[in-house]
Design a protein around this ligand. Structure first.
Ligand SMILES: Cc1cc2nc3c(=O)[nH]c(=O)nc-3n(C[C@H](O)[C@H](O)[C@H](O)COP(=O)(O)O)c2cc1C
Length: 204
């Protein structure tokens, strides 16, 4: 039987481009794994004064203005969703949380259950809370009845990138390099492959 491709949504927030780079790599990985991909940024909610006080933030917002904003339809459409957000005081950035907090109606209809979920992040320092951020997103996936698919150490790149909870990058070291980007591509591939296996099993 011919299965339709997996629908994969990459939903992210990024102020200065680090998580955006990981999101783009995840989109590449998902596409290469055969998925239909929607790369979506959540809406920026910070005050213009705060954004304009940081030239890198203002620049990145301008540079990504043509990326579609995430909507509930993207989650309803998706078989698999990868969420990305910078670490803010050990938690996902509030812009992503604010989007997640709009999902009540979809959740109430069971529209978020049974999908595959995974997460990625960045922080300025190595011990600045990457795992905490990824686990915090996991709390939400539990509430949704999601199937959480972490990368673990299931590919050689994971022994280089070193985070089994999800792709992460230390932004203080500069933009994500090839190892982090490859880890994001791999994580997306694993998510898409798992969603495809689930779809085939459900169809059988
Ligand atoms: C309000 C705020 C809180 C932050 N909290 C943390 C933190 O707890 N740990 C850390 O290592 N970095 C922290 N950072 C740094 C961000 O995680 C970092 O700038 C971000 O990962 C870069 O991603 P982006 O380029 O996609 O915005 C914080 C930054 C801001 C603005």
């Amino acid at each position: 039987m011919m299965m339709r491709p997996v629908n994969a949504a990459i939903v992210y927030y990024s102020a200065t481009g680090t998580v955006h780079a990981l999101a783009q790599a995840a989109a590449e990985g998902a596409e290469k794994a055969g998925a239909h991909v929607r790369l979506r940024r959540v809406a920026e909610l910070a005050a213009p004064e705060a954004i304009n006080a940081n030239p890198a933030w203002a620049q990145h917002l301008r540079d990504t203005a043509d990326i579609a904003a995430a909507t509930l339809d993207d989650l309803a459409w998706a078989d698999a969703v990868l969420f990305g957000a910078p670490t803010r005081f050990g938690n996902p950035a509030s812009q992503l949380r604010a989007f997640i907090d709009t999902t009540g109606p979809l959740w109430a209809q069971g529209g978020l259950a049974g999908k595959v979920y995974s997460a990625f992040t960045a922080s300025n320092t190595a011990h600045g809370g990457q795992e905490a951020t990824l686990l915090a997103l996991g709390n939400t996936f539990y509430h949704w009845g999601g199937i959480i698919v972490p990368p673990g150490y299931t590919d050689p790149v994971q022994f280089q990138s070193g985070n089994p909870y999800g792709t992460s990058h230390v932004a203080g070291d500069g933009p994500p390099g090839e190892v982090a980007l490859q880890a994001a591509r791999y994580q997306a591939r694993r998510v898409v492959d798992t969603a495809a296996t689930l779809m085939a099993g459900r169809a059988a």
